[in-house]
Design a protein around this ligand. Structure first.
Ligand code: BEZ
Length: 212
């Protein structure tokens, strides 16, 4: 069955460009972005993996490890890494899992046979330090992903784990957020949101981002 939000993600041991990875141990206390791509030596994937390498300081700031995967083997990955570094002007600073036996692809349902029988689609899994799945999405092979959006979701998840707020449409870090509807007590509202809030409707209350 497909993984659902809130599920504990399956553990695995698999080879990568950085040696064997025992997933849960490797993740440790970090958040993880695990993302699959269709194949090595392909144009869109080359730009995606390069972009993630360039964004490493942003992932580090948020305590996030990144981990790529395709069904190609380690030798293929290692050859391709040179091309990524050359063409994207970066250095590959995170591992690419090799999954020629499809162990992980099957566990995480990354092969969608009606799209392609053998290649992994562009799946993304955001996993928290408790190894719970917090976001998943799937893009087709022809569309490269927006990794700024992945950082934005991580910002939202980390904020809303710590405050009784949710983030509105197109929110980005530093902008106003909404107060969760379950908080109704005026004293609690004052205590939790000392910067005040605007009540647009009883269920739609905006407040400055609490941690800024
Ligand atoms: C690419 O990464 O460019 C790609 C991979 C598979 C199908 C189409 C494009």
């Amino acid at each position: 069955m497909a993984l659902r939000l809130g599920d504990t993600v399956p553990d695995f041991k698999q080879n990568s460009t950085h040696g064997e990875i025992s997933f849960h141990d490797w993740a440790g206390d970090s958040w993880v972005v695990l993302f699959s791509h269709p194949a090595d030596y392909t144009p869109v994937c080359t730009t995606e993996l390069g972009q993630v390498a360039k964004l490493k300081p942003e992932f580090d700031k948020r305590n996030v490890k990144t981990l790529a995967l395709s069904v190609d083997d380690v030798d293929s990955h290692k050859g391709w890494v040179g091309d990524i570094e050359e063409t994207q002007s970066t250095s590959m600073n995170y591992p690419i899992l090799a999954d020629p036996d499809r162990k992980i692809s099957d566990l995480y349902d990354m092969i969608h046979p009606n799209a392609n029988n053998t290649l992994t689609v562009r799946s993304v899994f955001i996993i928290d330090p408790e190894k719970k799945l917090r976001l998943t999405f799937t893009y087709p092979a022809s569309t490269g992903r927006n990794f700024d959006e992945i950082l934005r979701v991580i910002d939202s998840l980390q904020l809303t784990d710590n405050y009784k707020v949710a983030t509105p449409a197109n929110w980005t870090d530093g902008h106003d957020v909404v107060i969760v509807p379950s908080i109704k007590d005026p004293e609690e509202l004052k205590e939790r949101f000392p910067k005040g809030y605007e009540e647009i409707k009883p269920y739609l209350r905006m407040t400055p981002q609490p941690d800024k």
